[in-house]
Design a binder for this molecule. Structure first.
Ligand code: AGP
Length: 606
């Protein structure tokens, strides 16, 4: 999960590279660098730290160049440092490379190249690529890169510049995202569309092992047999502002506040006559052949999948198993043509999730992907795609993507239930009616966010925070705990409330903060008992319950109410206070809310 950008044209490349890296910093931010062809010199300036450190460094440099590559890093091999930053130069200084991914056989290649006299300066896997390109370079950069691709194993998105090749630079991807921006007398590469959107809306969405030769007057794409490939141009139609902060202090708060709109954008176009009308090719007869569903994802998307399991099993009565992608892909899952695999991913580029999709297809499964980034790898490789129309999600902590994933699952579960004859039209109309009201109910919660800010200000110094819930509330507890951990760095655990007494309750002591979710009417009494259990051991309890349920006030210290809705749909409301709690705690602690330490937005490495 690093950010790559490249340019060739007539403009000064430095501001273009820095502007692109600024848009990609959410992908990794422990170091950054650029390589530009500055007359005869391949000039590499790179340093540890945020992009701003590189920008300050460049203020003292006088550079005019019209071709270059840039990189913002999330370290995999080699700690964040100046020497481990990208771009990496080959020993003679002839070749510069930027890379997103992991070269898995880099050690054996490094030994081979060292035996040929190449000198390595860094601890990274990427430096091997720069050296190997030089090893094969005999004057034709495309030939050299094709030979390199025959030797390296792993995942990569690469930008490659050669000192004695001022008219062109190359790029290629395998398993890591890379797009080509097509301009007028200028061309670009980038890990993600926002990096080049201010210059062009026309892009090529590269597939694995497509090698791009970029010149200022045009772009050619080749396969590894050096056969030219013709690709369709993809025209990007979303606006630049949606990838900007829009007056908010953090992208995360902007994206939390966008949820009413994007939930509506995801639901409303897919409802006709009070029934779901989905752009997926799974008819009644297809579903009748499905004996089991797997939902596979990572992180927040996995938590959304847990809600999906609950809904599909309850409404459509189809067995569902939810799996973490990095586990699914290696455990030889029982998947065949009678299996439907639902892949969930905001970025559509998560390495483990993409690999899980490929594994599912290899085993003959039908596939549906719930994805936010149009044209992403997972979207393009899935049989069916149900887009979440959340718009670009920049903050590392996922919020609007999660709630629109839930919206997609609500629609999917009702669609499956109707096709399986498990739901009447009246029941569908009722649940769809509740669904349509969710955006305004989310809005209602956001209108009282100061209550949550107040509570966060009292507890931002907590050392351990527990999230408890039963049923759907347990799945939301997992999501709330992840939000808090990843942006405030406070240790937190989410626990099935009924399970706490089987050991972990030993950790509850006087003053321990417990956030108890109690929106499930049929489980309320049990939840109340669990709240009393932790209270009896000294816990401070913040409860989240549906409006009107004043019983909870007898047990909890502080109650946040969410508007009433069908308890099957409550997750999309219950999560909002938890998102805001995590946000305000992180702000109180002075954390970098949008770019938390050690993380990146899209995990495109294993
Ligand atoms: C969520 O807040 C995290 N940033 C992370 O867990 C994320 O959900 C996970 O990496 C999956 O990403 P994806 O949805 O883009 O596949």
């Amino acid at each position: 999960m690093c950010g790559i950008v490249g340019y060739i044209g007539d403009k000064n490349v430095v501001p273009i590279l820095l502007g692109g890296l600024n848009k990609l910093e959410y992908r990794g931010y422990d170091s950054a660098g650029i390589a530009v062809l500055d007359g005869e010199r391949l000039n590499v300036i790179k340093c540890k730290g945020r992009l701003s450190v590189l920008e300050d460094r460049l203020k003292s440099e006088v550079i005019f160049s019209t071709m270059g590559i840039g990189h913002t890093r999330w370290a995999t091999h080699g700690e964040p440092s100046d020497v481990n930053s990208h771009p990496h130069l080959s020993t003679s200084g002839q070749i510069a490379v930027v890379h997103n991914g992991i070269i898995e056989n880099y050690l054996s290649l490094k030994e081979f190249l060292q035996s040929k006299g190449f000198v390595f300066l860094s601890d990274t896997d990427t430096e091997v690529v720069a050296q190997l390109v030089e090893y094969y370079y005999q004057g034709d950069l495309l030939d050299a890169v094709i030979k390199v691709l025959g030797r390296v194993e792993g995942s990569y998105a690469l930008g490659v510049i050669c000192k004695d090749n001022p008219e062109e630079f190359l790029a290629v991807r395998k398993d890591s995202p890379l797009i080509v921006g097509i301009g007028d007398g200028e061309n670009f590469i980038a890990s993600d569309i926002p990096a080049i959107l201010e210059y062009t809306r026309d892009v090529y969405l590269l597939n694995d092992n497509e090698i791009v030769v970029l010149r200022k007057d045009g772009v050619k794409i080749y396969d590894t047999d050096k056969e030219e490939i013709n690709k369709e141009v993809f025209h990007v139609d979303w606006d630049v502002s949606s990838a900007e902060k829009g007056g908010y202090e953090h992208f995360m708060m902007k994206e939390i506040c966008e949820q009413p709109k994007v939930i509506k954008d995801t639901i409303n176009p897919r409802i006709k006559n009070s029934e779901p009308e989905l752009e997926i090719n799974l008819r009644k007869e297809d579903l009748n052949k499905i004996e089991k569903i797997f939902i596979v994802a990572c992180g927040t998307a996995y938590h959304a999948g847990m809600v999906g399991k609950y809904l599909i099993e309850k409404l459509a009565r189809i067995p569902v198993e939810v799996d973490i992608a990095s586990e699914f892909r290696y455990r030889n899952p029982v998947v065949d043509q009678k299996t439907l695999v639902i892949i969930v991913s905001q970025s559509g580029e998560t390495a483990d999730t993409l690999a899980a999709l490929r594994e599912a297809k290899r085993r003959g499964a039908r596939t549906v992907s719930i994805v936010n980034v149009v044209g992403s790898s997972i979207a393009r490789e899935s049989e069916n795609v149900l887009y979440t129309w959340a718009g670009p999600e920049i903050a590392v902590a996922s919020t609007k993507a999660y709630t629109t994933q839930l919206a997609a699952f609500y629609l999917l579960a009702v669609d499956f239930a109707l096709k399986k004859g498990q739901m009447s039209e009246e029941e569908s109309k009722s649940i769809i009616g509740h669904l349509r009201q969710l955006p305004e109910k989310v809005e209602a919660i956001l209108e009282h966010m100061e209550k949550i800010q107040y509570f966060a200000a009292q507890h931002y110094n907590a050392k351990d925070i527990f999230f408890l819930g039963r049923g759907l509330d347990y799945t939301v507890a997992l999501e709330g705990s992840l939000k808090l951990k990843e942006i405030s760095y406070i240790h937190s655990e989410a626990y099935a409330a009924g399970e706490l007494k089987h050991g972990t309750i030993a950790l509850i002591e006087k003053g321990t903060l417990v956030i108890a979710l109690a929106t499930q009417e049929h489980l309320f009494d049990k939840m109340l008992s669990n709240i009393k259990e932790v209270k009896a051991r000294g816990a401070v309890v913040l409860a989240v319950a549906q409006e009107g349920n004043t019983e909870i006030e007898k047990a909890a210290d502080f109650v946040l109410y969410t508007p009433n809705t069908d308890e099957l749909l409550s997750s999309i409301l219950t999560v909002i206070p938890l998102q805001l709690f995590a946000y305000y705690v992180a702000v109180e602690k002075g954390c970098d809310v949008d770019k938390p330490r050690n993380l990146a937005k899209s995990v495109t490495v294993e």
